[in-house]
Design a protein around this ligand. Structure first.
Ligand SMILES: Cc1ncc(COP(=O)(O)O)c(C=O)c1O
Length: 506
C-alpha cells in the first residue's frame, strides 16, 4: 500500500482550523479513516507511544484522541493487546464486479494523495517537467481570446445584466454555440434540453442531490464508476455517503458486462466517460455505445451521467446515449469547458430531457440560483472566436502526436517485462501498468530525479493499494520531453538502473 495514512494524518494535524485542539483533529482524522474504510473493523491502531513519535505530537494528545474515539465507540481498547477499530464490516455485495467501497463516508483521500505526491515531488524537483497534473498546459488555453471576450462583455454590460435575472435560462449567445457543438458531435439536443452550470462536479452533485430527495428508499445510493476513473467524482460521491462499484474499462470504455453487473448489484446511477477518459484515455466505439445503451435500457430506474469533460479538445466523436430513444430521458449529458477553455471560467453545460430537466433545474435553482450570465457570455465569445478554433485544432493534433510518442516507447519498453500501456484513442493521458511487483511511487520518484514528474495511479481507484500504475499527461510537453520521460519510466520500471534495481521487487 503506497498510501500512507499516518503521513496524511500528520498533514491533517498541520492544517489550522479554527483552533480545534490537536487531539480532536487526530480523533476526527481517525474517525474519517474508519468511516471511509481506510481503517477496517479489527485493524489495530499504533500504540500511543508509536503514534506520538510518528506524528511528532505529545503522548497526551494521542491518549486523549484514543479516549475520545473509545467514548464514541469508534475503537476499543483491549487490555494488554492494544487499541482496535470497532464496528460491523461494511455490507459486501458478492456479485459486485470489481470493488465496493463502504457507504457513509466523508472521504477525500484521493485528492489528498494526489496533492501530497505533487507537493512532495515538485518541492524536491522544482525544475522537473510536470507531466503529472490533470489539466491542459496553459499554452493550449485561449488566454488572449478570453481577455478579449471579457473586455467586450464588460463594455456592453448594463445595469440589468448585474441584477437578479428574470429567467434562469441559458444565455442565447451561449445556446447558439452549444447547439452547434452538439450537432457537430452528432448528439441530438434541443434548446429546451440545455442547462448551464459551473462544472461537471456540480452536475454530479445535483443529480445525487436529486436522487436523495426523490428516491429516499435508494439512499444511500450505490453508484457505478469507471475504475480506474476520475478521482474527484469518486470523492464527491463518497462525501455524499454513496457506495461505489467499480467497472473495468478497455480501450473502448466501460465493459458492458461490468455495467450490467453493477446495475444488477443495485447501482442507481452510473457515471460514464464517452471519450478521452481520465486517466485511461478510453473512448467509446459505435458498437460499445449500442451495447451500453442495451444494458441501460434493461434497467429502467437507472440514471446515467455522461462526463464529456474534454469535448472541445477531443478528436473522436463517440456520440451519446441521448441518441437512443429507449434511454434518452434518463441521461444527464455534461459538457465541461474547464479542461479546454479555462478551469476558472466555471461554466459547463448539460443536455437533459423533459421531466429530468425540470427536476434538475429545480434542484439547481434551490441550491445556487443561476450561473453568472456574464461568464456565460464570455464563454460564448471565446467559443465563437476563430482564434480559439485554430488553437484547439493545433492542440488536438499535438495531443494525438504526444500520446503516440509515449505509447510507442512505453509499449515497446514495458512489454518484455510484463508491463503494458493502455491504447488511448483520445485525450491528454497515457495510462501505464508497470510490471508486477513494481511500486509506482518508487518509479515516480526515480523518474522525477531524471527530470519528469508523473502521477502514481493509486488515487484513480476506489480503494487505496493499487500500487503499480502511472498516469502521464502526454499532452503537456514537447515530443522530445515526452520521449525522454517515457524512456525514464521504462528504465526505472525495468530496474535497468542500478539505483532502482535494488528497490524494485522483480
Ligand atoms: C474526467 C473528468 N471529468 C470532469 C473534469 C472537469 O470537471 P469540472 O467541470 O468539474 O471542472 C475533469 C477535470 O480534470 C476530468 O478529468
Amino acid at each position: 500500500v503506497t498510501y500512507d495514512l499516518w503521513a496524511d494524518a500528520e498533514r491533517a494535524l498541520a492544517i489550522g482550523d479554527g483552533g480545534r485542539a490537536r487531539y480532536q483533529k487526530l480523533a476526527s482524522f481517525i474517525h474519517e479513516a474508519v468511516r471511509s474504510g481506510l481503517l477496517r473493523p479489527g485493524d489495530q491502531l499504533p500504540t500511543v507511544r508509536e503514534l506520538a513519535a510518528r506524528l511528532g505530537v505529545s503522548i497526551t494528545t494521542v491518549v486523549s484522541a484514543y479516549s475520545a474515539l473509545r467514548e464514541d465507540g469508534a475503537v476499543q481498547g483491549e487490555v494488554g493487546r492494544g487499541t482496535f477499530v470497532r464496528g460491523a464490516e461494511p455490507a459486501q455485495r458478492p456479485d459486485a464486479p470489481v470493488t465496493l467501497a463502504p457507504t457513509g463516508a466523508p472521504a477525500t483521500w484521493r485528492r489528498r494523495a494526489l496533492a501530497n505526491v505533487e507537493h512532495r515531488l515538485t518541492r524536491a524537483h522544482p525544475d522537473a517537467v510536470d507531466l503529472m497534473r490533470g489539466s491542459s498546459n496553459s499554452d493550449y488555453l485561449p488566454l488572449p481570446a478570453l481577455k478579449r471576450a471579457w473586455t467586450s462583455v464588460a463594455r456592453e454590460l448594463t445595469a440589468d445584466d448585474i441584477q437578479y435575472p428574470i429567467s434562469t435560462d441559458p444565455e442565447p449567445e451561449l445556446v447558439a454555440q452549444l447547439l452547434a457543438r452538439f450537432e457537430g458531435d452528432g448528439i441530438p439536443v434541443d434548446e429546451g434540453d440545455l442547462m448551464v452550470g459551473s462544472s461537471t462536479v456540480q452536475f454530479l452533485s445535483l443529480v445525487t442531490e436529486l436522487l436523495r430527495r426523490d428516491r429516499p428508499a435508494d439512499w444511500p445510493l450505490t453508484v457505478a464508476v469507471e475504475e480506474p476513473g476520475y478521482q474527484a467524482a469518486m470523492d464527491v460521491l463518497e462525501r455524499f455517503g454513496c457506495g461505489l462499484i467499480g467497472m473495468a474499462t478497455d480501450e473502448h470504455g466501460v465493459l458492458p458486462s461490468h455495467l450490467r453487473a453493477a446495475l444488477e448489484a443495485g447501482a442507481t446511477l452510473a457515471v460514464l466517460t464517452p471519450r478521452a477518459a481520465n486517466p485511461a484515455g478510453t473512448t467509446w466505439s459505435a458498437e460499445r455505445l449500442r451495447e451500453l445503451a442495451d444494458v441501460v435500457a434493461s434497467h429502467p430506474d437507472v440514471l446515467v451521467l455522461e462526463d464529456d469533460y474534454f469535448a472541445d479538445g477531443a478528436v473522436s466523436r463517440p456520440g451519446s446515449l441521448l441518441s437512443d430513444q429507449r434511454v434518452a430521458h434518463r441521461i444527464v449529458h455534461v459538457r465541461s469547458f474547464a479542461k479546454v477553455i479555462a478551469p476558472d471560467l466555471r461554466v459547463a453545460a448539460a443536455a437533459v430531457r423533459a421531466t429530468l430537466h425540470s427536476a434538475l433545474a429545480q434542484v439547481k435553482y434551490l441550491t445556487e440560483g443561476w450561473t453568472s450570465r456574464t461568464s456565460q457570455r464570455v464563454l460564448a465569445r471565446v467559443l465563437a472566436s476563430g482564434e480559439t478554433t485554430d488553437l484547439l485544432g493545433r492542440a488536438r493534433a499535438i495531443f494525438a502526436d504526444r500520446r503516440a510518442v509515449a505509447e510507442g516507447l512505453l509499449a515497446e519498453g514495458l512489454h518484455a517485462v510484463g508491463g503494458s500501456v493502455q491504447h488511448a484513442h483520445d485525450g491528454l493521458y497515457t495510462w501505464i501498468s508497470l510490471p508486477p511487483g513494481s511500486d509506482a511511487s518508487i518509479v515516480a520518484e526515480h523518474v522525477a530525479r531524471g527530470g519528469y514528474l508523473v502521477a502514481p495511479g493509486e488515487p484513480f481507484f476506489i480503494r487505496p493499494g493499487a500500487g503499480r500504475f502511472l498516469r502521464l499527461n502526454a499532452g503537456s510537453a514537447s515530443a522530445d520531453e515526452i520521449a525522454a520521460a517515457s524512456k525514464a519510466i521504462v528504465q526505472a520500471a525495468t530496474g535497468a538502473d542500478s539505483r532502482m534495481g535494488s528497490r524494485l521487487t522483480p
